[in-house]
Design a binder for this molecule. Structure first.
Ligand SMILES: Nc1ncnc2c1ncn2[C@@H]1O[C@H](COP(=O)(O)OP(=O)(O)OP(=O)(O)O)[C@@H](O)[C@H]1O
Length: 300
């Protein structure tokens, strides 16, 4: 599927429309003598504080894009760029401060911290996780064997989860999240801890979701993982939506940017980043007669 610079396509059906989403976090400042609100730093801090003295963090700023059925969208960006926040907004776990998200079905978030209980066995956590995602007891029974198979934990499934390595835990969480056959699956860094066999299995599972006209979002710091698993990539930086395009194009620009920021000229890096960002057409979300939303690209 072709991906234009605006990310808008007419040959595919939208599954998620993100319309000018802002997320601002408010955090209490440390008022201790050595804390950030100390007098020497007041000038810099005040600009980012609201009148109650709380710091305001702009985790996402006017983020707009459309996810289509069959898309597997990689999300890249430096630490603190807003990738996990975007996943949480898509899953409905964090409410946007502004803007809106329209999704054709409930997105399922698979995070490294998915709420399983470490003192329980893998088998008990499969039941717990599936019930928590809304499956019935009989559905859990019928899918149990395939979840164990997907997790690759046949021998360890009755051991407590706190005896698992991080990769084994990630495999179990992935297998549980996939069991509900989500149309929209959000994966936050979970694939990075798995071994080669798990990476192969998870890729196959993601391919099946896409083939069934689902949409996968994949947050990863591994550009290889993004290129191997995605047909499209979004680059976030400090809450800004910088670029949307093919994984090859976006990861190359992002890689060059990171190199400039760490090894080269930061001002030049930021200038190129801002130029890429401002060359992106503006997305205008439209309400269709069907009640659903679509989007068109308009020049700024
Ligand atoms: N619950 C929170 N309260 C206050 N600030 C938060 C909260 N969650 C995230 N932030 C801030 O919002 C910004 C974006 O965080 P987020 O976790 O979405 O980034 P990220 O791109 O996923 O980072 P990483 O690559 O390090 O996982 C960061 O500056 C972070 O400090």
């Amino acid at each position: 599927m072709a991906v234009s610079a605006s990310g808008v396509r007419w040959d595919a059906e939208p599954s998620v429309v993100v319309d000018q989403v802002d997320v601002h976090y408010r955090t209490k400042q440390d008022s201790s003598p050595g804390g950030l609100s100390g007098p020497g730093l007041l000038g810099g801090i005040r600009r980012r504080m609201n009148h109650s003295g709380n710091a305001v963090k702009h985790a996402l700023h006017q983020v707009s894009f459309v996810g289509y059925k069959g898309d597997s969208i990689g999300i890249v960006g430096r630490n603190g760029s807003g990738k996990s926040t975007l996943m949480r907004v898509l899953a409905g776990l964090t409410l946007p401060t502004g803007g809106a998200v329209y999704a054709q079905s409930q997105p399922v978030l698979l995070g490294v911290n998915a709420a399983l209980i470490s003192s329980l066995s893998g088998a008990q956590n499969i039941r717990l996780g599936c019930l928590a995602m809304g499956m019935r007891e009989d559905e859990v029974d019928s899918k149990f064997a395939s979840i164990v198979d997907m997790s690759g934990l046949e021998d360890e499934i009755n051991h407590p989860m706190n005896t698992y390595s991080s990769g084994m835990g990630a495999r179990l969480r992935f297998a549980i999240a996939c069991a509900v056959d989500p149309e929209i699956l959000l994966i936050d860094e979970a694939l990075n801890t798995g071994d080669a066999q798990f990476k192969q299995r998870s890729k196959q599972r993601m391919d099946v979701i896409r083939e069934q006209a689902g949409t996968v979002f994949l947050v990863s710091h591994s550009l290889g993982t993004i290129k191997d698993n995605c047909n499209r990539c979004i680059w976030l930086d400090k809450g800004d939506f910088v670029m949307d395009g093919t994984p090859e194009d976006v990861t190359k620009e992002y890689h060059d940017f990171v190199w400039r920021m760490t090894e080269g000229n930061k001002d030049y890096g930021m200038r190129i980043r801002n130029e890429i960002m401002s060359s992106r057409p503006h997305l205008q979300v439209e309400l269709l007669e069907s009640g659903w939303r679509s989007a068109k690209a308009v020049s700024k």
